[in-house]
Ligand binder design. Structure first.
Ligand SMILES: [Zn+2]
Length: 592
């Protein structure tokens, strides 16, 4: 036995013979774990100290003690477990530590309740890609000291009966629940994270408390109205995924990413509205606002859950309503809220699976399969209101266009599944891959749809849920955070040659600024919804905007309902230097 082992054994013996051995061991392990943390997450602790003058010494030290005791309670609970279950708990803990650090390395924060809720709503493939894009060898280095501290918990002998352990666990478990509820109510979600493990428990409980506080009732009804007949035109609302507006040559980007869209504009069939400001920095927020027409941030009155949806209005006006959601955009929350009943006013919905059943392989054709489906639909008859959450350009971009020379216009490209490398060479590949993706998923999508559609009485309103950072300022994340660049999205109309209401589009004045918040009333105008039927005040429709409107365009990031952390930010007029502009790669910084 080596000298170190002898010391370890002796100190373990002195601990196990102390009056409260388990509590003491938990205290020592918790202290060690908490001392390790600031070494890796120094910046978080520095930010935490900045909070001290704001909240005062009493509240600050109170919260600090509360969270520290949580770590002790958590370790104490682990020590109450016998051999094998304790082993399993520790393995799970190691897994959580690794996940937390992968989050931290990428987004400079541990998981929040919002992140957890997204884990439950996004698709498995999106999740898989997110995990892969976060993987970084550094994480294991960060996790190692925690793993060592956790390993010491195995050494503690188990001398207790099941009943006694259960009785002893009640108080710490209750403490964890009550103290986390107090944090949920009084402390910003991203403050006072002293330990990745404890932090995870806090986010999980935060998510549960949030769900309890949410609105679970029906949506508001619309007044009675009987349309004379099924409309002849069709309205297609396309919400793309992760498409940055300033990367479209339609919006002045230096590469020809959207030549087809530009040709449509020349023919007078595309009305470009320039760079739009998205409602949120990730899909859930944007979709919730786009579908419900709510326009105040955050949604602390649960209006995104209470307002009638676009489908309610569409149905009321006699349209057949279809929701194509191949990106797990917002269909799942709508279905969850409806419980066992169908989603109100939604005649049909389609997911990835529905396309598989129709033998349309979206893996190969990507969004083009959807474009062809839409053409077929319209060619049969008119009178549809279709909402599409496209697959678009969710990272990894390399998976969003076919692997052939014709689709690889800009080279070199990133390999699929590689994480973002913000160095100049890494960024060059990132942007090349993204631009190839835009050309295919956006420009080619419209080329296929427009060429295949013979029924010319339609209008498309197109935007994206949010944009992408493209590592412009060294970001290794694509979106989710409140960076202004993330809300840079495209917006335009495309119309069929015989679209009945083309006059509306011709009347749009020059020089207006649009935001996602304007889209709801715009669609109501296109549907011909009378004012008497509009039960909520909505932000102005694009058709009523003047050059004086939207001088400040607002968006948010974080917790949709304002629980925990959220930020509300603004895009002023004129915007900050460089906002709404994208550059392929600054060759002057290129390292050889
Ligand atoms: Zn998205």
């Amino acid at each position: 036995m080596g000298r170190g082992q002898v010391i370890a054994k002796c100190s373990l013996r002195s601990i196990t013979q102390a009056p409260y051995p388990r509590a003491l061991s938990a205290l020592i392990a918790a202290t060690l774990a908490v001392l390790i943390d600031p070494i890796f997450r120094f910046s978080d602790y520095r930010d935490l100290l900045h909070l001290l003058p704001v909240v005062g010494a009493m509240k600050f030290s109170g919260a600090l003690t509360l969270v520290f005791l949580q770590v002790v309670a958590l370790f104490y609970l682990i020590l109450l477990l016998p051999g094998i279950p304790r082993m399993i708990a520790l393995l799970l803990s190691v897994f959580v530590v690794v996940v937390q650090f992968s989050y931290w390395v990428t987004l400079s924060q541990f998981m929040t309740g919002t992140d957890l809720s997204l884990v439950f709503t996004v698709g498995v493939d999106t999740l898989e890609e997110a995990v892969l894009s976060f993987l970084n060898p550094l994480i294991f280095l960060y996790a190692l000291p925690y793993v060592l501290v956790l390993t010491t918990l195995i050494l503690f002998p188990f001398r207790s009966t099941f009943r006694k352990s259960l009785a002893l666990s009640l108080l710490p478990a209750l403490y964890l629940l009550a103290s986390n509820y107090a944090l949920f109510l009084h402390v910003p979600e991203r403050s006072f994270h002293l330990n990745p493990l404890n932090s995870f428990l806090r986010s999980t409980l935060h998510y549960e408390f949030e769900t309890l506080h949410e609105y679970h009732g029906p949506r508001d009804d619309l007044p009675t109205f009987f349309p004379s007949q099924r409309p002849l035109d069709s309205i297609i609302y396309i919400i793309d995924e992760s498409v940055r507006g300033s990367n479209l040559s339609l919006n002045g980007y230096s590469r020809a990413t959207t030549p087809f869209l530009q040709s449509l504009e020349t023919q007078g069939r595309l009305k470009n509205l320039g760079i739009c400001v998205a409602a949120g920095s990730f899909s859930l927020i944007s979709n919730a606002y786009l579908v419900s027409g709510h326009h105040a941030f955050p949604d602390d009155a649960f209006r995104t859950d209470k307002n009638p949806t676009l489908f309610d209005y569409g149905k009321k006006m006699g349209y057949e309503t279809i929701y194509i959601d191949i990106d797990q955009g917002y269909l799942f929350p709508l279905m969850k809220a409806a419980g066992k009943c169908p989603v109100r006013s939604l005649d049909r919905w389609m997911t990835d699976q529905s396309f598989k059943e129709r033998h349309i392989d979206l893996e190969t054709t990507k969004d083009l399969g959807v474009a062809r489906f839409l053409s077929d639909l319209l060619n049969e008859r008119g009178g549809y209101f279709v909402l599409v959450n496209k697959k678009g350009l969710h990272f990894h971009y390399r998976n969003r266009y076919p692997n052939n020379p014709a689709s690889t216009i800009w080279k070199p490209v990133m390999e699929a599944s590689k994480p973002i490398d913000p160095s100049p060479t890494g960024r060059e590949k990132l942007v090349n891959t993204y631009d190839n993706g835009i050309r295919f998923q956006v420009d080619e999508f419209f080329r296929v749809f427009v060429s295949d559609t013979t029924n010319q009485n339609y209008v498309i309103l197109y935007t994206s849920d949010h944009g992408q950072t493209l590592a412009e300022h060294g970001q290794v994340y694509t979106h989710m955070k409140p960076d202004k660049v993330i809300v840079d999205v495209p917006e335009f109309f495309v119309v069929g040659e015989r679209y009945a209401q083309k006059g509306l589009l011709d009347g749009i004045p020059l020089g207006i600024r649009v935001s996602h918040l304007n889209n709801f009333a715009t669609l109501l105008d296109l549907m011909g919804v009378p004012m008497s039927l509009r039960v909520r005040p909505y932000a102005k429709s694009i058709f009523s905007l003047t050059a004086e409107d939207n001088r400040v365009r607002t968006y948010m990031s974080g917790s949709l309902h304002g629980f925990g952390d959220y930020v509300v930010k603004r895009i002023p007029t004129p915007p900050d230097e460089g906002w709404g502009v994208s550059r392929p790669v600054d060759k002057s910084f290129k390292s050889e």
